[in-house]
Design a binder for this molecule. Structure first.
Ligand code: 8DG
Length: 128
């Protein structure tokens, strides 16, 4: 099964959310940025690498949340979430159509990729 890591990046009480581009899988849905684990790569190395590639940010991993297995119509994946910290709010959006800093209260109102919904909910619950 496809193994994908994603990052819930925190800064100043907000988290970074990103919209997938048109023309890729799960188009225009919102996600926590990340990507596929490469052969032989640890999940932590994967998330640090992906966030550097996609957003030019250096993350520090704080903790892992519960992985989600999700079956889309045409593919399935295991999505492994990490809460991460950054020391600056600045990013360059190389691979997303939009990127935003959202408050925890705003998270339920994004049009999420289905696999991200349980992750978003778990994150909100552990913030209460
Ligand atoms: N990065 C990320 N991918 C997610 C999330 N939720 C979700 O269903 N996915 C899916 C979409 C993609 O099919 C896959 C992640 O692959 P990816 O982001 O590395 O790759 P991609 O399909 O955008 O493009 P590519 O690297 O193959 O060119 O997992 C999420 O929160 N973050």
């Amino acid at each position: 099964m496809l193994k994908v890591c994603c990052a819930i990046i925190e800064y100043n009480s907000k988290v970074l959310v990103a919209q997938r581009p048109q023309g890729k899988l799960v188009p225009l849905k919102w996600e926590f940025p990340g990507g596929k684990v490469e052969p032989g790569e640890s999940t932590i190395a994967c998330i640090v690498r992906e966030i550097k590639e996609e957003l030019q940010m250096d993350v520090e991993v704080v903790k892992e949340l519960t992985p989600v297995v999700h079956y889309y119509e045409d593919f399935s994946l295991e999505l492994i979430p990490f809460v991460c910290r950054v020391s600056s709010e600045h990013y360059h959006a190389y691979e997303h159509s939009k990127v935003e800093w959202a408050t925890v209260e705003q998270l339920p109102f994004y049009d999420w990729a289905e696999a991200d919904i349980p992750i978003m909910k778990e994150y909100i619950l552990q913030k209460l």
